[in-house]
Design a protein around this ligand. Sequence first.
Ligand code: TH1
Length: 833
Amino acid sequence: APQPDHLNRELLYGLLDSYLKNDVVSIQESIVHHVEFTLARSRYKFDTREAYFAAAHSLRDRLIERWNDTQAWIKHKDPKRVYYLSMEFLMGRTFLNALHNLGVMQPYQHALSGLGYDMEKVQQAERDAALGNGGLGRLASCFLDSMATLNLPAWGYGIRYEYGMFRQVVSEGFQKEQPDYWLTFGYPWEIQRPHVAYPVKFYGHVSVHESQDGRQNFVWNAGEEVTAVAYDNPIPGFKTPSTINLRLWAAKPCQEFDLEAFNTGDYVSSIIDKQKAETITSVLYPDDKTFEGKELRLKQQHFMVSATLQDIVRRYKEQHETFDAFPEKVAMQLNDTHPTLGIPELMRILMDENHLGWTRSWEITTKVFSFTNHTVLPEALEQWPVSLVEKLLPRHMQIIYDINWRFVQELEQNHGISGDKLGSMSIILDTEYGKMVRMAYLALVASHTVNGVAAIHSKLIKETIFKEFHDIWPEKFQNKTNGVTQRRWLAQCNPPLNRLITETLGTEAWITHLDLLKGLAAHAEDETFQQKWAEVKVEAKAKLASLLKDLTGDDLNMDAIFDVQVKRIHEYKRQFMNILSVALRYDRIKSMTEKEKEEVVPRVVIIGGKAAPGYDMAKRIIKLISAVSETVNNDPDVGDLLKVYFVPDYNVSLAEVIVPGSDLNQQISTAGTEASGTSNMKFAMNGSLIIGTMDGANVEIAEEIGEENMFIFGVGAQEVPALRSQREYLQVDPQFQHAVNLIQNGHFGWADYFSPLIESITGSRDWYLLANDFESYLDAQERVDQEWRDKASWTRKSILSTAGSGKFSSDRTIHEYAEDIWGVEPLPPTIPE
Ligand code: TH1
C-alpha cells in the first residue's frame, strides 16, 4: 500500500475533510453519543441544557475535523500568515454561527426535533462569550469570521479571561455589576492544549555579559514566572472548509518549584503563592476608553504578547533556519495599543535569545507590525509610568529607551527637528508625576502602517493626535473603514429578511458578496415588495416586543416607532441628549388635549448599555433613563404614545434581537468623537433608519445610502473646536432649557442626584455640546415623526438602507487589510484539478 508520503498530499487533505457524516441519523447518533459519553448522562433522559451541550460537542467534532485539515494544509503550503493580536474578542454565542457557516442548520434542526428538542430553546441555553467591552472587541470577532470566510491563513490571539464583561443588573434604576463566571458548565467550543505552553517572565533584573566576539549580551533574570497555556477556538468560514484558530492564553503556575522555599519548610504557603499566577487571566478590565494604569493590566498585556510571540517564533522556526524570511512569512496587527509590548518583546527575542544585532532586529520588527488606532479621546490613550514598566519588565524598558533614543536621533538628523518639538514627539513623556511611556507613539514608530477605522477618523488622527508623525511619515497612514460580518448580523439574526433578500435577488451570494444588496434598490418603489418588506419588519419587531414583554411584562404598541440606542454609556455618545428629548416629548404629550394626542406618532424608546463601574457620570445617566422610564410608563395621560425602556445587560445576543427589531437607531455622538461605530452598520443592514450626526462611519453610510434616507443633524467635526471655545457665550435653546428644568425641578425625582449631570452640560462645561446640537436634534426627531406618517416613504428608505449597506461588510474591510497592509493572500483549502 502506498505510504501517505507517496500520496498526493493535496488529495489526502481533501479526503480527510469528509470523515464525519451530516445526515440527520448520523447527527442524532453523535448527539446521543455525547450525552452518554461526554456528559455522562442518561441517553434516555436529558434536558434542554444537556441537549445544547451534546449538540455543541457533536458540532465541535465537525469543526475540529475542518480545523485540523486547514491547519495541516496551511503548514504544508507555508504562506505568509497574519496574526491579529487583541486583548478583546467579543464572540457572543457560537452554536448558531457554526451551524450556519458549516451549512448544517437543517439537519441539526431535524435531528434535534426528532429527539424532542426545539432548536430555538436549545440555542438559548448557550452563554455568551463576552471577552470584550464593546465595538473594539466585537470588531475583532467580525474580523475572524471574515478572515476564515476569505480563506486567509490567519490567527487570532488573545486572553481567556475567566470572568468576562460583568453582568449588568439594574436595581431601582441603579447599575449593579455582577461577575460573569462564564465557564461554570464548561465551554464546549474550546480545545485545551496543555502541551502548547510557554513560560512568561516578570520582574527581576538585567545583567550584561561580554561574549567572545566582544558583543554585549543582555540576560533577563526574572523574579516571577508563570505558564501560558493555549486554548484553541476553531473559527469556521462560511461555505468553505477553511477553519482558522483563535488561540486564547490562560495563566497557570509554572512547573519549576522554588526548591528553596519548599526546603525552608513552608510547603503550604509556597503552593498558595503559586496559585497567584492564575490571577493574571482572571478578569477582563471593563473600562471602555478610560485608561487605568493598573499593574495587573500591564501584566495581562505582556502575558498575552509574550506567549503569542513565542508561539509565532516557534512556528516560524519549525520551517525556517534563519530569520531572513520572517517578514515575508509573518504580519502582526495590533488592535489598538493594548498589545504594543509585543514590539519590545520581539526585539528582545531577536536580540537576546537569537543574537541578532539591533539593526537586523529592528529591520525585522518594523516590517511585521502594523497598528490600528480606535479613538482620539485623550483619556483613552495608554501611558504607562516608566517606573512601573521598569519594575515589571526591566529589559523591555531598556529596549524602549533605545528605540526612543534612535528615534530622537533620526528626528534631529533626518528631519531637522529640535527643541520642544523633539520632546512633544518623544515616546517618553516627562510629567510632574514622573516619566510615562506613550504607547501609541511606540506603536507608531515601530509599525510600517497605522490606520484609523473610518474615513473621518483617519483624517482626524493625521490632523490631531498624530499630526507631527504624519508630517514626517505621511506614507505610513491609511484608512480602513470598519465593517461587520453579514453572516451573524443579517443572515443569522434576521431569517425572514434573509429569505426575502435571497428570494428577491434570486441568489444567496450576498452572504459572501454584500455589494449585491444594491440590487434591492430597484425594488424600493415597488408596492408589493414594500408590503413584504414591512411584514418582515413586523416579524422582527414582534420578537423584540416579546423580549421586552419577558423583561417588563408590558405589551408594546406595534404601531409605534421602535427607537433604539444601544451601546456603552458614555458622555460623548450622548445618551443624555436622547433622554432629554424624551423628557420633552413626555411634557408635550402631557399638555395636549385628547384631540391633539390623536396626531402624536407613538414611540417606544429603547436604551441599553453598560457603564464602566468607576464612571460616575455614566451611572447617573442610567439612573436618569430609569427615572424617566418609571414616570413616563406609569402615566395614564401618556398611554401607549410613549414608552421608555432601559434594557439591562445589553450584550451580543440581545443585540441579535434588538437590531433587527428596530425602526430607528440613534448614532448621535458629538462630531469628531466616535471613531467609527459599528452598530450603525448592523442597523442599516437590517433596514433600520439612522438618526445621527456626521461622525464616524455615519459619514460614509450617508454617502452610500443617501443623506436623504437618514436623519442627519448637528454641527460637523470642523466646527467643534471653535464652538467649544465659545461655550460660555452660546445662546441656550429654550427647549433645551425647558428639558433641563424638568429634571432639575424633580419631575422624575432624584433632583439632587441628577445635579452633577445638569452641571456637566451647563455653560462652559458642556464639552460634548449637547446644548448646541439640541435644537437641530429635535428638528431631526420631528422629521422622523413626519416620515413615519408616510408608511410607503419610510419603507422605501428602509429598503434603501439595506441596499446601501454593502460597503460595510467586514469582508471588504479584511480584503483591504490583506491587500494594503498585510500582504497575505487567500489559501483556499480546495483540491486543485
Ligand atoms: C471603539 C470606538 O469607540 C468605536 O468608535 C469603534 O467603532 C470601535 O472601537 C471599533 O473600531 C473603541 N473601543 C475601545 C476600547 C478600549 C479602548 C479604546 C477603544 S476605541 C478599551
